[in-house]
Design a protein around this ligand. Structure first.
Ligand code: FES
Ligand code: FES
Length: 177
């Protein structure tokens, strides 16, 4: 039986199978192989932030509602707040920290800066990772396709228009590269 423990700042699932202790987790994060021993019920968000020092994904709702924690897992969008260590063995994970190459910002990061597409910035990592996946699949998204891709990403500051402009700008940059 699964016992779900939910606190404002801490959420994890503990099952009878987890009671035995730690599990060795091997996965790839931003192109680097990693191996850690960890409680299998630990959320990916805590693994990234607390174990690996990758703090771009943020805790917002803890229940796949806000998108602040989004990362790319095996080429698909993943919620780091609810994916747990036991689901991640052998996975390939990409976070915002992995977008820049050799110190050069990704075209999306440059476009977000150019369009000043964040106010507090809390949502930015999840939104940029969502946009990165969108642009990998569709290099010329329409405004409505961008809006559709961002349905699961909340921005409490109301920076939506600038965010969409930044993604359009990045798409345009990609098309002339
Ligand atoms: S913290 Fe994961 S979707 Fe809100
Ligand atoms: S810029 Fe503040 S939540 Fe989006």
């Amino acid at each position: 039986m699964a016992i779900k423990l939910i606190f404002p700042e801490h959420q994890f699932a503990m099952t009878d199978a987890h009671a035995g202790g730690l599990k060795e987790l091997k996965f790839v994060v931003n192109g680097k192989s990693r191996a850690i021993r960890i409680d299998p019920g630990t959320p990916l968000l805590y693994i990234l932030r607390n174990e690996l020092g990758l703090c771009s994904p943020r805790y917002g709702c803890g229940s796949e509602q806000c998108g602040a924690c989004k990362v790319i897992v095996d080429g698909k969008m993943g919620f780091a707040c609810t994916l747990t260590a036991e689901e991640l063995d052998g996975c390939d994970i990409r976070t915002l920290e992995g977008l820049a190459v050799d110190g050069s910002l990704h075209v999306l990061q440059q476009a977000f800066l150019a369009e000043n597409a964040a106010q507090c910035g809390y949502c930015a990592s999840g939104i940029i990772m969502t946009a990165a996946l969108l642009l990998e699949e569709n290099q010329a998204p329409s405004r409505s396709e961008i809006q559709q891709a961002l349905v699961g990403n909340l921005c409490r500051c109301g920076a939506h228009n600038r965010i969409i402009q930044a993604i359009q700008r990045a798409a345009q940059e990609l098309s002339i590269e």
